[in-house]
Design a protein around this ligand. Structure first.
Ligand code: SAM
Length: 439
């Protein structure tokens, strides 16, 4: 059976399991856990991060979501001998430049929030008493997107979750994706079409296996993504083809399956309209990449409005319907309690009790200045004192939020469209017959 860490997750980490080390909300590192290292580490395989060293032996056999403290032993530099030992294994030695755990880490990394944000549980299982810590997350498309090695711009979770549901991709769907790039969208699409492998089916039940037909014309990206697809046990779900789709379209010249017969299409390429020339219906079903029996749902992903205009112009002229452009504006909203009080009024060290407010006002008067200014500050201080008394605001702090600036969140414009099923003379006749029977 195919072992797929994304779909068949055990309850705990195992030797050989792909694990996402969650350092901070914006710092996730994928590693495959190994007890032994062939490069001279006395401790076996070790991942060194800016928050400390994590021997894999301390990470294996823990429940997903566990919090693990860094090893107290400096495995970043010691315990290695000889030339071989000096060769750094990039997949294991993540960041050796800052081997000393960051003392601020415990306070500032906000691990729980981040893990919850990508929909994963966390548990506090302190395993060692080092100073930095990480959480162990199971591999999911979301965690993979946040941790993968970017070879290109990638599609992020906020966009692909919306795209996949708009394209009605579900277990058993067949979809086309081009270009595959770094494989971020590919992983999310693979999970969406996944309906279990045939060997999981009940006896006599034939499960339709969904498939992602993915295309990419950059040879090195194809190589890397093929390795990842295999390592992640997705060979049966994702078929990656090395191809310029604008030139050569989506059909396969030889073999059992010469067409994807797709019902959903996602295009993340500079000129989607050139690829769309190859996504048409045909009276001979084997000559079309589309499923002839159902409406086909399309999404194109383009950063510039000019690309959107060219795509929609093409779609309008070529029988596509329900054409619509959407931009997903996903903002991260940082919500926290912030102490407001007298120190914000330039009176650090003064608390908001009635006596000190009076003192503070007296001090303002002593300092002099325009009466209106003193008056408004005094009023503000009085208001703060009341709030402090009534709602203990001074201690807890006001609830404030900051929204990420819009410019950071623009990724792309999404163009959606639907290509209806061809209605033939035969279909028309069938309809007429049905009506006459019903009459
Ligand atoms: N959606 C991908 C992801 O989430 O990781 C990122 C795609 S990246 C922005 C665009 C990719 O399209 C590049 O890797 C590029 O090589 C590929 N590409 C561009 N034109 C292509 C074409 N005509 N045929 C196949 N691939 C193409």
């Amino acid at each position: 059976t195919t072992s797929n860490p994304f779909f068949h997750t055990s309850s705990a980490t195992e030797e050989g399991s792909l694990t996402i080390l969650h350092l901070r909300r914006d710092n996730l590192v994928p590693v495959t856990l190994r007890r032994t290292a062939d490069d001279g580490y006395a401790e076996g395989a070790v991942t060194n991060t800016r928050f400390g060293s994590f021997p894999h032996s301390t990470l294996i056999g823990l429940e997903w979501g566990s919090q693990v403290r860094a090893s107290r032993v400096d495995t970043g530099s010691r315990g290695r001998k000889g030339k071989a030992a000096k060769q750094q294994d990039a997949s294991i030695q993540i960041d050796n430049r800052l081997p000393t755990p960051d003392p601020q880490h415990d306070i500032s990394n906000g691990c729980h929030t981040a893990a919850e944000e990508i929909g994963q549980p966390t548990r506090s299982t302190a395993v060692d008493a080092g100073s930095g810590f990480i959480h162990l997350l199971p591999p999911t498309p979301e965690a993979w997107t946040a941790s993968l090695d970017h070879r290109t711009q990638v599609v992020y979770t906020a966009d692909y979750s919306y795209v996949l549901q708009r394209l009605r991709v579900r277990p058993g769907s067949r979809m086309i994706e081009a270009g595959a790039g770094s494989g971020s969208f590919t992983h999310a699409a693979a999970r969406a079409v996944f309906s279990g492998f045939p060997e999981d089916s009940h006896v006599g039940e034939l499960k339709q296996v969904g498939k992602v037909y993915s295309y990419e014309f950059n040879v090195s990206r194809v190589g890397t993504l093929r390795e990842e697809i295999s390592a992640h046990g997705m060979d049966e779900i994702v078929q990656l083809t090395f191809r310029d789709v604008c030139e050569r379209g989506f059909l396969f010249p030889i073999g059992f399956d010469t067409t994807p017969h797709a019902e959903a299409i996602f295009l993340d390429l500079p000129k989607p309209w050139e690829a769309l020339r190859h996504l048409t219906r045909s009276s001979t079903p084997s000559e079309s990449a589309l499923n002839p029996d159902v409406p086909v749902h399309l999404c194109t992903f383009s950063p510039c409005i000019e690309q959107v205009m060219a795509t929609t112009a093409y779609l309008r002229k070529n029988g596509w319907t329900e054409i619509e452009m959407i931009e997903v504006q996903n903002h991260r909203i940082d919500v926290r309690r912030e102490q407001v009080g007298l120190k914000n009024e330039g009176l650090r060290g003064v608390n908001a009790s009635a006596a000190t407010v009076e003192e503070a006002v007296a001090r303002l008067r002593e300092k002099g200045g325009p009466w209106r200014h003193i008056q408004s500050k005094a009023e503000r201080l009085e208001k703060l004192r009341k709030e402090a008394e009534e709602r203990k605001l001074y201690k807890e702090g006001n609830l404030v939020h900051r929204t990420e600036p819009e410019v950071k969140t623009h990724t792309s414009y999404l163009v959606f469209a639907v290509l209806p099923v061809d209605f033939t003379d035969g279909d028309e006749e069938a309809c007429m017959q049905q009506w006459s029977v019903d009459d």
